[in-house]
Design a protein. Structure first.
Lengths: 482, 332
């Protein structure tokens, strides 16, 4: 039904997809798997008309199509269910389903027809837990996903793309999704199913395509591969990047921060020690609670139960005063005041808390090796690497004891990446306790003195320095290692 | 994301949702204020429930009410309009001048056309030039101000006698102006509840990107909302011209219709960010402000104190709504 051939795409000179082929037949569930950054989302956005491909062509039912706008894709029978839903929380289910296509009778919106059609679609899917008139904000995440599916069906979509549909679902809700996917399949709808979770791939998919570094590795019927094989296909690459040498085994000092049975509504029973001189890597799939863990320790979304020593912060301010710092995942939104100068940003934390100070800005910028060091420049004009160094400088003013890094090198070029890695190792050597979250497995493995793997908000296991990517992926995806 | 018996919870939640609905909360508050006012005025030795007073409340609220209903459309669409006060002054003058030379019907037509044009300019500047609504409508307001003040330094024009009846005539205890307001409110309520444009105003104000990805032409929706908002201001200008018997360059700003209308909309529970609320709440908000006014007048309270109380009421109301919205987010 759908054939994509030779798809290529670059952003700002970086090739994110090259020569990717993908096809899906009516009534087929075709899974697309790959590590973070493998190009899955970009490929789907091309199909959705959000991005235009640089190369390659898309055919539906043998005829070439070209989607310049999401609406074109919608009219072409393609519906995408994004990880973040496109719903209006303050409007009813029926209003959301027919948004932009409200049925009218004599010039007026035909509310009852709209609600009836929605009810029929819900019945057809066997969903009776909510009704067309309910407000979307009153629904659970799983129910909102059903609304998205109904919306797709009401557009007569023949190709449905699901991007990580289970990422936000609780275990028992996944069953409902499975049922829905099979119903769509029975109706002859082609489904592209993107997921990290290999169990789902084997449960649902007829075929699976593996992407790695923007290229297609292979497409195989799921019956012909097993988990081991699939994991190998996904991560199979050499550790060719260079990382600074790790700390001597056993050289880690006292625990500067300890968690015992700590949890909140996203995390449970976290036991973790962060020791002086050590870099602890946190691995896990998207939605496993990595960022939530960092934010909980940092007091931004505090733990609600369990113990944390030296103290369980209730606010960011308390955490900073206790010597905890966080280099956030999204430095532009959460780490920096983009329109302010390098100097103002570097002094942000010390000004906010009245702590630290003393070191001159020049000294700081030299310490984090920003080049060229121009304190008056607006931060938004700096490269990603230099921006991240400003974030580091910001924390170094208050000399934290524990520093948490969430995706420290995302969107940073190779040179700056190595510099940031060295800085991190240097800080650890000076006695700081460091926790690092990274979706990039080679980086995580190369930098960490031990790796803690999270799954569904709890610790799935811990691995010593230098684990294989397979071992990490197994724990993260919930496949018990043999 | 917790496990729960959803069907049961949703049905139970509906009753609570009604009680929590700001539009209903504002009428409860209105009722409470009426009782308190009645008690206070009676203790003071006055009479609260008089025909004179009831008519007064309606007349005072009609002009602000019409503007606020229009403002509701702009705010629901995620925008807002600061140009309404000067537009009211302008349209009162246009109406009076046009009636001096010609008939009543052409004058009304000209006023509505001028208003629609101003609304169109507001909408185009916001959507096509991507200027924030606050600045765009403030700029248009200043332009109108310049034009009006350059040409007039006092009341001008002459409104025909038959048209002046709109200002003060009444049927029993109900002034014609209040009927006009009710008509506008019902029309806009109907628009929001039953037309595609109404649905899309909520969608664009709720989340412009979601609306766009669902195939809504968001620019047109915002422009339409502004045209309708300005037309409402034009109708208010007509009403005020009828009351004064002439056009006035200061009638809009004297009434403070720009900020008062926004205050009334927000008091009625419509989210300033757009996408949530409606006309019913706005009508309640306007009435609440008018009743407060009436009570203070009867008690002959110092006007500065009156402003303080109004300010407190608005801030408290919005704080209550914000708290409810927060609770809703954590329970949903």
């Amino acid at each position: 039904m759908l054939t994509m051939t030779g798809i290529g795409k670059s952003f700002l000179g970086v090739r994110v997809l090259r020569d990717v082929d993908l096809s899906v037949a009516a009534g087929e569930v075709h899974a697309v798997v790959g590590e973070n950054g493998a190009g899955k989302s970009t490929l789907m956005k091309i199909l959705a008309g959000v991005h235009a491909p640089d190369e390659g062509r898309i055919e539906i039912d043998g005829g070439p199509v070209s989607f310049g706008h999401p609406l074109d894709a919608q009219r072409g029978g393609v519906a995408i269910i994004y990880q973040e839903f496109n719903l209006l929380p303050e409007r009813s289910v029926a209003e959301n389903v027919f948004l932009g296509r409200e049925p009218v009778r004599r010039g007026l919106v035909d509310r009852s027809a709209m609600e009836k059609a929605t009810a029929e679609l819900l019945d057809g899917l066997g969903v009776h837990s909510f009704r067309p008139r309910d407000l979307v904000r009153r629904l659970s995440v799983a129910q909102q996903q059903v609304v998205e599916i109904v919306k797709a069906l009401s557009q007569n979509a023949r190709i449905v793309v699901m991007d990580e549909p289970t990422a936000a679902l609780a275990e028992h809700e996944v069953e409902l999704l499975y049922r829905l996917v099979r119903r769509l399949q029975e109706r002859g709808i082609a489904i592209l199913y993107i997921s990290h979770r290999l169990r789902e791939v084997f449960d649902l998919a007829d075929r699976v395509t593996v992407l790695k570094d923007g290229a297609r590795v292979t497409t195989v019927p799921t019956a012909e591969v097993d988990t081991d094989e699939l994991v190998r296909l996904m991560v199979g690459r050499e550790l060719r990047d260079y990382y600074p040498p790790r700390a001597e085994p056993g050289s880690a000092g006292e625990a500067l921060l300890s968690l015992r049975k700590a949890g909140n509504d996203r995390l449970r029973d976290i036991d973790l020690d962060l020791r002086a001189g050590e870099i602890v890597g946190i691995a896990g799939l998207q939605g496993s609670g990595r960022t939530e863990l960092a934010k909980a320790i940092f007091g931004a979304e505090p733990f609600t139960h369990g113990e944390m020593t030296p103290l369980r912060p209730r606010s960011v301010r308390a955490a900073v005063r206790a010597g905890i710092g966080l280099v956030t995942e999204d430095r532009k939104a959460e780490g920096l005041a983009l329109r302010q100068s390098v100097r103002d940003n570097a002094l942000l934390v010390t000004r906010a808390t009245g702590r630290g100070g003393g070191r001159s800005v020049k000294d700081l910028l030299a310490a984090v090796r920003i080049s060229p060091p121009r304190p008056d420049q607006e931060v938004r004009y700096l490269s990603g690497g230099n921006q991240q160094k400003v974030v580091l400088a910001k924390w170094m003013t208050v000399a934290p004891k524990v520093l948490l890094f969430d995706e420290p090198t995302r969107g940073v070029d190779v040179g700056a990446k190595a510099a940031i890695h060295e800085l991190m190792r240097g800080l650890a050597a000076d006695g700081m306790a460091i926790m690092m979250i990274s979706s990039e497995l080679p980086e995580l493995i190369g930098m960490s003195d031990r790796v803690v793997v999270l799954r569904d908000g709890a610790i799935a296991g811990e691995l010593p320095a230098g684990p294989t990517e397979e071992a990490v992926m197994r724990l993260a995806a919930g496949e018990v290692a043999a | 994301m917790k496990a729960r018996p959803q069907a049961v919870q949703l049905r139970g939640g509906r009753v609570i949702a009604h009680l929590r609905d700001p539009a209903q909360a504002i009428y409860l508050a209105l009722f409470a204020v009426l009782i308190i006012g009645w008690v206070l005025v009676t203790i003071d030795g006055g009479q609260f429930v008089t025909t004179e007073n009831i008519v007064g409340i309606q007349q005072r609220s009609a002009a602000l009410g019409i503007v606020a209903v229009g403002q509701t459309l702009a705010i629901l669409a995620g925008s807002l309009d600061l140009s309404v006060a000067y537009l009211i002054s302008l349209t009162s003058l246009v109406a009076a001048e046009a009636m001096t030379g010609g008939g009543m019907v052409p004058a009304i037509a000209v006023v509505l056309a001028v208003s629609a044009l101003v609304g169109m300019v507001n909408g185009l500047v916001i959507t096509k030039l991507k200027v924030h609504a606050f600045i765009a409508t403030l700029g248009v307001a200043l332009i109108i101000k310049g034009v009006v003040e350059h040409r007039y330094d006092g009341p001008a024009g002459d409104v025909t006698d038959s048209f002046q009846r709109l200002g003060y005539d009444r049927i029993g205890p109900v002034p014609v102006s209040a009927l006009l307001w009710a008509g506008v409110a019902v029309a806009v309520w109907f628009l929001l509840r039953r037309t595609r444009l109404g649905y899309r105003i909520y969608a664009v104000g709720g989340d412009e990107e979601v609306a766009r990805l669902s195939g809504v032409r968001t620019d047109r929706v915002v422009i339409s909302a502004h045209v309708l908002c300005s037309i409402c201001a034009g109708i208010a200008g007509l009403l005020l011209a009828a009351r004064l018997g002439a056009g006035s360059p200061t009638v809009g700003t004297d009434g403070g219709y720009d900020l008062e209308s926004i205050a009334a909309v927000v008091l009625g529970g419509t989210a300033l960010a757009g996408g949530r609320g409606g006309v019913a709440g706005t009508v309640g908000g306007v009435l609440l402000l008018a009743v407060l006014d009436s009570i203070f007048n009867q008690l002959e309270v110092n006007s500065f104190f009156k402003d303080v109380v109004r300010g407190v009421v608005i801030v408290v109301a919005v704080a209550v709504y914000a708290r409810r919205a927060r609770e809703r987010r954590t329970t949903a």
